[in-house]
Design a protein around this ligand. Structure first.
Ligand SMILES: Nc1ncnc2c1ncn2[C@@H]1O[C@H](COP(=O)(O)OP(=O)(O)OP(=O)(O)O)[C@@H](O)[C@H]1O
Ligand SMILES: [Mg+2]
Length: 213
């Protein structure tokens, strides 16, 4: 579903990514680990076509995200590490998501409820005025409601309270069938029952890639 070939990204003289080769297939549930600054988010941004690589290529379901970003992103539900500075109200954001990805608004509300986010109670608020955890919950709900083939979660529970984390992980198992799930996480304990592959990145390189049972 995702093919990455000889991917490198340089920032000035240093490498954010160095010669990465990875294939991700259907029914894989992958955790990507590695210390702060290792290159995990840079890899995700390259997959999403947000960054032009110095060399190498990415294909999402055969599509080059640099050439046809919209078509590639249709397949992906993504929750970023840091919420983007969206200057819409919560209501406008929900309506925008529904219109742009033809998702069912009720799905967004249902996931919010699972995550104990009273979304309707905050409809009029600007998105950037929500708390960090509330933003993360809403972005999770929008990504799930999209029902894509591929999910990429970049430290999705970093801002969530204990209950929020538990609720998030409860939502995951039913998503695995027939899809590709990629989690970036520092907490193996939290995620180990969900994943069947572990990739470790260190100083811009893949240093370990193993199947888990
Ligand atoms: N736009 C950028 N310009 C310059 N350097 C960048 C840029 N984006 C990332 N980097 C650098 O690339 C390296 C990898 O950053 P990245 O955000 O991918 O790390 P990470 O593995 O996601 O870390 P964390 O666990 O802290 O989220 C860092 O040294 C970072 O400073
Ligand atoms: Mg990161």
């Amino acid at each position: 579903m995702i093919e990455i070939e000889n991917l490198s990204k340089k920032f000035g003289q240093s490498f954010g990514l160095k010669d990465i080769n990875l294939n991700f297939k259907k029914d894989e549930s992958v955790v990507i680990m590695g210390q702060n600054g290792a290159g995990k988010t840079t890899l995700v941004r390259a997959i999403l076509g947000e960054q032009i690589p110095t060399s190498g290529s990415v294909r999402i379901m055969g599509i080059d995200p640099l050439k046809n970003r919209a078509a590639a992103l249709k397949h992906i539900g993504f929750v970023p590490q840091l919420p983007p500075p969206i200057s819409l109200s919560v209501k406008e954001l929900v309506h925008y998501a529904v219109a742009s990805s033809s998702m069912d608004e009720r799905k967004i509300f249902a996931v919010c409820e699972e995550l104990e986010l009273d979304i309707k109670g905050h409809f009029k608020k600007l998105f950037f005025k929500l708390s960090g955890g509330m933003k993360q919950k809403l972005l999770i709900a929008i990504a799930l409601a999209k029902e894509p083939d591929i999910f990429i979660f970049d430290e999705p529970t970093a801002n969530l309270d204990i209950k929020g984390r538990e609720s998030f992980y409860k939502l995951m198992p039913p998503l695995r069938d027939g899809r590709l799930l990629i989690f970036i996480s520092h907490r193996m304990e939290e995620i180990k029952t969900l994943v069947n592959r572990k990739i470790e990145i260190d100083i811009a390189k893949v240093v370990n890639d193993e199947k888990l049972v």
